[in-house]
Write a protein that binds this ligand. Structure first.
Ligand SMILES: *[C@@H]1O[C@H](CO)[C@@H](O)[C@H](O)[C@H]1NC(C)=O
Ligand SMILES: *[C@@H]1O[C@H](CO)[C@@H](O)[C@H](O)[C@H]1NC(C)=O
Ligand SMILES: *[C@@H]1O[C@H](CO)[C@@H](O)[C@H](O)[C@H]1NC(C)=O
Length: 343
């Protein structure tokens, strides 16, 4: 009794399937279309016996309807499509398998879809899907005077444009504008305003070598000179920069009076009496070496000092000789006795 029920439940459906299985599929499969696009149809069939060769099976091949197919035949993989990504719905790419075509952002198929399925056909080709095309393109944003924008690729939704001004102009307004869904731009175009520099700054003891104007254009160059006996420290010129400010200018540095009288010093590599130096003045940044006496020995050594913008002090070790020492014992002056290193 139990065996009988088991037979009915388990084996009858299997037998029925074996006999009727193929016919059920036939009912769902479309009848062959006349000239399906991109699909070469195989021999038509209604049952397995219609396909004479060994490995052929009577299977549904899309628009071609029931056809004699090699079930193991495969389609090419991977597939590279313009403006789209492809992926497989399963791990294989054999007859009947499905490939998904996803358009890149900003691209769509003619029917407005961003995705489509493709099927591996009996002719070993993927069924055709509509190509992905650019959709919703903005027109070029407005041009601006004395400025420009750079366009990279299609002006699709989400594309961002950056405005720039020509040299000598300053941008006022939004720098970026974005292509919106309704094909308009998110922002108004900015404007480019000419940049000017104010008159260049006065420099102490300096002279401006230029015609005085109320304003100067970007990249204009103005030269400076220093008054007599002042040394120009830094750049001879200033340039009007893109931000409307002048580049760093020079300073005019004063000469220094050598602060001793009754000694020789080393100046410009020569041992000279200070009175021999013109006006006892040395230039800004020049170095003067003074003679000092060794405390334990009757010999001298040198110590240097540098002139900085009118300031020159002798080293602490230097002692100015008295008038008597200078006048009556000139040979004993510290600057006249032998150097310690020469002993
Ligand atoms: C396409 O594939 C690339 C690389 O696998 C991935 O970075 C990108 O996000 C994919 N784009 C879409 C629209 O699926
Ligand atoms: C386009 O969309 C933006 C933001 O949604 C809106 O402000 C603008 O008025 C729209 N323009 C037109 C012409 O519809
Ligand atoms: C003075 O001379 C001695 C001996 O030559 C030497 O060791 C010392 O360093 C010198 N001192 C100075 C301040 O030059």
């Amino acid at each position: 009794m139990t065996q009988k029920i088991y037979f009915i439940i388990v084996f009858i459906p299997i037998i029925l399937y074996a006999v009727l299985g193929d016919q059920d599929v036939t009912d769902l499969c479309p009848t062959r279309k006349k000239n399906p696009i991109g699909h070469t149809c195989q021999k038509t069939c209604t049952k397995a016996q219609d396909c004479p060769r060994k490995r052929l099976k009577c299977l549904c091949d899309g628009e071609c309807g029931m056809s004699c197919i090699t079930p193991r035949s495969s389609c090419p993989w991977p597939v590279i499509l313009e403006n789209a990504n492809t992926s497989l719905k399963q791990e294989t790419w054999n007859f009947g398998d499905q490939m998904l075509v996803h358009c890149h952002p900003g691209y769509k198929m003619a029917n407005g879809q961003e995705m489509a399925q493709s099927r591996c056909q009996g002719d070993k080709k993927w069924s055709v899907t509509a190509p992905c095309d650019v959709v919703s393109t903005c027109k070029d944003p407005p041009s601006i005077e004395n400025g420009y924008f750079e366009k990279k690729g299609h002006l699709i939704e989400g594309a961002v444009i950056e405005y720039k001004c020509n040299a000598g102009y300053r941008l006022e307004g939004p720098v970026f504008t974005e292509c919106l869904e309704n094909k308009t731009w998110s922002n108004n175009a900015p404007i480019c305003i000419k940049v000017y520099c104010p008159p260049p700054p006065e420099i102490k003891e300096g002279i401006l070598v230029a015609v005085k104007k109320a304003e100067y254009e970007v990249s204009e160059v103005i030269y400076y000179m220093c008054k007599r006996n002042f040394l120009l420290d830094g750049s001879h010129s200033v340039t009007c920069m893109a931000n409307g400010q002048w580049s760093d200018g020079p300073a005019c540095r004063a000469r220094c009076k050598v602060p001793v009288q009754r000694s020789q010093v080393i100046y410009r590599g020569q041992k000279v009496w200070v009175t021999e130096i013109e006006e006892s003045l040395v230039h800004h940044s020049e170095t003067v070496k003074f003679f000092c006496q060794n405390r334990t020995q009757a010999c001298s050594y040198t110590a240097a000092s540098q002139c900085f913008d009118g300031e020159l002090q002798h080293p602490e070790c230097y002692k100015e000789p008295t008038w008597v020492q200078y006048t009556f014992f000139p040979k004993n002056l510290v600057s006249e006795i032998p150097l310690c290193e020469e002993l």
